[in-house]
Design a protein around this ligand. Structure first.
Ligand SMILES: CC(C)(COP(=O)(O)OP(=O)(O)OC[C@H]1O[C@@H](n2cnc3c(N)ncnc32)[C@H](O)[C@@H]1OP(=O)(O)O)[C@@H](O)C(=O)NCCC(=O)NCCS
Length: 177
């Protein structure tokens, strides 16, 4: 059995990635990823995620400028465990909601220490992409994420209030050097 590691998305993890996606859908996450479509053509999905110029992070297509994003997966042996998205730069939306680094562990693998490990493993990659200090934004109700980020030595900047459309966010800066 090997240690967990961050890798570029790969078709080798298709089965466990799709099983994880089913878990995510049950918590209303990643609903824009169609499981049927992905299972029919996983190769194209992986190719897009591995784009040499970065995957286009564009969650609010009409009114937010897209930014390039490097996507990596935390895996152990043949199993997909979680995803780290690293945005190469911020736009006005990511400055408030999203930040440079977003981590997500599949629900069945949570509370086993993977979230904490995954964030630490992502920092040299962020630095390689030219980010010295990365912004992390967290919903104040997300106790697990707050514990991970505060234990990583990240510096608290402020807490933005809820708006009509978006939840409150605690903002932290983490040193990637
Ligand atoms: C946030 C998230 C990444 C945490 O991943 P995880 O693998 O469950 O976290 P870990 O097992 O590394 O636990 C980290 C810490 O949080 C604590 N924790 C875990 N679940 C918790 C919960 N529900 N409530 C309070 N604390 C919790 C753990 O005890 C641990 O603290 P400790 O090391 O001091 O004991 C995961 O819940 C997730 O993917 N959530 C959905 C996406 C998300 O919210 N991402 C964060 C935005 S950046």
């Amino acid at each position: 059995m090997s240690a967990s590691k961050l890798v570029r998305p790969s078709v080798d993890f298709k089965d466990s990635f799709l099983a994880a996606l089913e878990e995510h859908h049950k918590e209303n996450r990643y609903l824009y990823c169609d499981i049927g479509k992905l299972s029919r053509d996983f190769d194209t999905f992986v190719k897009e995620l591995r784009s040499a110029r970065g995957y286009q992070h564009q969650p609010y297509q009409e009114w937010v400028e897209p930014v390039p994003e490097t996507v990596t997966w935390l895996v152990k042996d043949t199993e997909y465990i979680g995803t780290v998205d690293i945005r190469h730069r911020l736009n006005w939306h990511l400055e408030k909601w999203g930040g440079h680094i977003h981590i997500c562990i599949r629900p069945s693998m949570r509370s086993k220490g993977f979230g904490r490990k995954m964030l630490l493993k992502a920092l040299p990659i962020a630095n390689y992409l030219g980010i010295d200090k990365a912004l992390l934004t967290i919903n104040p109700r997300n106790k697990a994420a707050i514990r991970i980020v505060e234990a990583s030595g990240a510096e608290f900047e402020d807490e933005l209030p809820e708006t009509g459309q978006f939840p409150a966010q605690r903002r932290y800066w983490i040193d990637c050097t």
